[in-house]
Design a binder for this molecule. Structure first.
Ligand SMILES: NC(=O)c1ccc[n+]([C@@H]2O[C@H](COP(=O)([O-])OP(=O)(O)OC[C@H]3O[C@@H](n4cnc5c(N)ncnc54)[C@H](OP(=O)(O)O)[C@@H]3O)[C@@H](O)[C@H]2O)c1
Length: 330
């Protein structure tokens, strides 16, 4: 049976303007880094995508290398999109990226124009679509001139293969330089995707201010620190969790007793606020108006629904914010 999205989908979600652009993104966006590859369950993938769209999540984030194997998340997303979603394409913001190793040889990694444009062409073919909404340079390249990588983004937009340009993992000064080049080319930088959560605070050291000054949106990735900022690991490492999977990027050694102590404290505090820890962690990011959207992952529909509950309370008192900082210092 054909998928029919909920008619109430736009009433449930909050949409926030992306920097100074014309685009609004859902406060919660869905990323397909883990859980959407050929190693994952196809029925679960479909259910999560449908549940996300039903809840007003219009933004789906991919990259050339998401899987495993690399490329398979784009293939799976494309298949489902073309089978069930294609009439809603204009209601979606689909992003992809190039910047990490994708194929062997000197042209399958980093930030040359050769790599970035070929990669985007491959991504479009895998997804079976004519354009992506956002094309990102996935990480800075220490060797390629910044102008070349930014000209590749500009070319992607001018050729109609992407509607907007974004950057990810760029530090503050490099972000400013990239934004200036893109502006001079006539393709403003729409958005920056940094790693940001209660546990990873680097964007507070200058990046968020640069983004605000330059009118660029911010979409933090791994806002739950890959699942650490949930109740999941409080009693050990559950079977099938990301830390349990050989291909998961969260490693067992990262889950230390000190970290679990901090997470337990945060979990108690979340309960006092009437939230799950996942919800409090997402609300904590969304309290900052410079954050356009939080880019979550999910391995089940239940997780997705739990995370969406964060939107019910994104206000924090001064005392609560101080308490969080103290709990993180334990
Ligand atoms: N630009 C970049 O360099 C970059 C890098 C990384 C990620 N990203 C983007 O950011 C997206 C999100 O990253 P992420 O998957 O690391 O995000 P995350 O939201 O920090 O972690 C997602 C994981 O947390 C667990 N989880 C999620 N919601 C939960 C809930 N309500 N209760 C309990 N556990 C929950 C699940 O783990 P289990 O699988 O164990 O159930 C899920 O797979 C990616 O898909 C990608 O689009 C970008």
């Amino acid at each position: 049976m054909n998928y029919l999205p909920s008619t109430e989908r736009y009433e449930q979600m909050k949409y926030r303007r992306c920097g100074l652009s014309g685009i609004k993104l859902p406060a919660v966006s869905l990323g397909l880094w883990h859980n959407f590859g050929h190693v994952d369950n196809k029925d679960e993938i479909r259910e999560i995508l449908f549940a996300a769209f039903d809840a007003g999540i219009t933004h789906f984030d991919l990259a050339n290398n998401y899987g495993p194997p690399p490329g398979s998340a784009e293939e799976n997303f494309g298949k489902i999109l073309n089978a069930d979603f294609v009439s809603y394409r204009d209601e979606m913001i689909i992003s992809t990226k190039a910047g990490y190793l994708m194929w062997p040889g000197p042209y399958g990694d980093f930030g040359s124009r050769k790599y970035m444009i070929s990669s985007l062409d491959q991504s479009l073919r895998r997804m079976g679509i004519d354009y992506v909404d956002i094309f990102y340079h996935h990480r800075p390249d220490p060797e390629t001139p910044l102008e070349e990588s930014m000209m590749a983004l500009d070319h992607a937009v001018r050729s109609g293969k992407a509607l907007y340009a974004g950057i990810s993992n760029y530090p503050p000064e490099r972000t400013r330089e990239a934004a200036a080049i893109l502006k001079s080319l006539g393709t403003p930088c729409l958005i920056h995707q940094p790693k940001y959560s209660m546990l990873v605070r680097d964007p507070e050291d200058g990046l968020l201010s640069v983004l605000e000054e330059e009118g660029i949106g911010c979409i933090p990735f791994s806002p739950l620190a890959q699942g650490l900022l949930t109740e999941k690991y409080l009693q050990g490492i559950p079977e099938g969790s990301r830390a349990d999977k050989s291909h998961g990027f969260l490693k067992k050694h990262q889950i230390t007793p000190e970290l679990i102590k901090r997470i337990s404290g945060l979990n108690e505090m979340a309960k006092e606020r009437g939230q799950s820890l996942a919800q409090m962690s997402l609300s904590w990011l969304l309290k900052d108006s410079r954050v356009t959207s939080v880019l979550i992952g999910a391995s089940s529909v239940n997780q997705l629904h739990d995370s969406l509950g964060s939107l019910e309370n994104i206000e924090f008192s001064r005392e609560e914010l101080d308490k969080i900082e103290n709990l993180l210092k334990i």
